[in-house]
Structures are given as C-alpha cells and as structure tokens.
Design a protein around this ligand. Structure first.
Ligand SMILES: [Ca+2]
Length: 244
C-alpha cells in the first residue's frame, strides 16, 4: 500500500472531481469501529477519537456504511429515516462534529444513501399502507391487487423471498419489493417521491447539513431493465449525476 506523503495527501482536497482515483479509502461500519461510551456499540464519538490514527495509516477517505435510524434487519440498509442518525451511534450533532473534524484533517467522507427502498418501518410506508385510494401517501410505494405483474424482474433473494410482491393485510393489497419483503420499493412513477428523494440527496451533498466535501454513493439495482419502477429510479440517479 502506498503511504501518502505531504504531496500525495492532496487527493483528500475537494478541488479535483477525480480525487477518488488516488484515494486510500478505509471502509467501516460505525457500530463495529470504536465505542466511546462503553455500551458495546461503536459510535461517532469513538470514530472521532480515531481520526489521527486513520491519518497515520495513510487513509485519505473514510467510507461509512449506513448509519441512519433503522430496525437493522439488513444491517442498516433498511433505512427508516433519511434525516437522522441511529441513536446507538450518537446524535446528528455527533455526526456533524465528526464530519467537520474529518474535513479539517483533510479526510474525505463517503456515505451511502439507499434510494431503491425504505424499511417497512419508515413513516412513509406506514402512512402508505393505511392510506385510502386517492390519498397521495398511497402512491409513495408500488401497490397492486395483481401479484403477477413484472414477472420478468428476477427475484434477488430466492433463499428468503418467493415473490417480489408481498401481501400487506393493513393495505389489503400487494406491495412491490426487489429486495427483502421488509424493504418496500419506492414508487419512482410518483413525482412526489422523486422530489422527496432529491431532498434526501441534497441533504447528503454539498448544499445540505452534511458538509462540503462528502461524496454520496447511491446503492441501487441499476442493472434492472425490466420496465419495473426501478427504471424510473435510474433516470433520477442519472439526472442527479448530471447536476453534480
Ligand atoms: Ca457506544
């Protein structure tokens, strides 16, 4: 591994759009890295205390796995709130403090934003499943009385899922999910969903709370060309890329 000198450390500065080509990225899950309050779970204060250690390793960027509020049925990729931090890891202020310190130390911070789906515990889904037909919340997710639609979309997790549709007894309808049945897909046919997720991306980028040099990665099933709502999500991501 190349240990950066004072010259090569420049890859951590925001001036270049291809900074990542020379970056030395340290990927970590906040819960397993460093526990500052000794409750057995890693947290942002713990990570904050290790920034100098990471710099001394030659790291120029920290890649954080999802740290949002979540029931953690998919290790945090099942996000229940895009605008906050899981309470086990600290507070939003703890995150801001870490981010500012990382940037002051010349470290990039990469975060992950899951766009395809939410946790079924997200307030949007809880509202959607209870919404009557015509209520705007209903169309935040993909509902159908016919579980045979989109048959050309493969089932990703065949070991646990029998279908991409799951019947919800509250909604009395089937909802669409490419991942697990506790992760309903957002409906990118709905302009309100596009707007809401654009707000989430903006908050995670250089105009929002999350600092000036964060680089947000979107994890999504981009290979899907089945004509399912994921195609509309891909268009949103591509348009987002054009804005940057
Ligand atoms: Ca802790």
């Amino acid at each position: 591994m190349q240990i950066p000198t004072s010259e090569t450390q420049d890859v951590a500065k925001p001036a270049s759009s291809d900074w990542f080509k020379g970056a030395i990225i340290y990927q970590l899950h906040i819960k397993t890295f460093c526990d500052a309050n000794n409750d057995g779970i890693g947290d942002f204060q713990g990570l904050l205390s290790k920034l100098e250690y990471l710099r001394n390793l030659g790291v120029t960027a920290i890649w954080l796995l999802p740290f949002y509020p979540s029931p953690l049925r998919d290790d945090g990729y099942d996000i229940a709130d895009y605008y906050n931090v899981h309470p086990s890891y600290g507070t939003l202020d703890d995150f801001r403090q870490f981010l500012e310190a990382a940037h002051e130390a010349g470290l990039k911070v990469i975060t992950e934003l899951v766009l395809n789906h939410t946790s079924d515990q997200h307030i949007w889904f809880q509202r959607s499943r209870r919404a009557v037909a015509g209520d705007p919340w209903r169309d935040y997710y993909v509902w159908s009385d016919d579980p045979n639609k989109y048959q050309d979309a493969r089932i990703i997790f065949k070991d646990t899922e029998l279908s991409n549709w799951t019947y919800d007894p509250v909604a009395k309808s089937y909802f669409w999910h490419r991942f697990y049945s506790h992760q309903p897909d957002l409906n990118y046919d709905n302009p309100e969903v596009c707007s809401a997720m654009t707000c989430s991306m903006l908050l995670m980028s250089n105009t929002g709370w999350f600092g000036s040099t964060s680089w947000t990665l979107a994890r999504a099933p981009l290979a899907d060309s089945s004509g399912s709502p994921a195609v509309r999500m891909r268009r949103l991501i591509e348009s987002w890329g054009a804005w940057r």
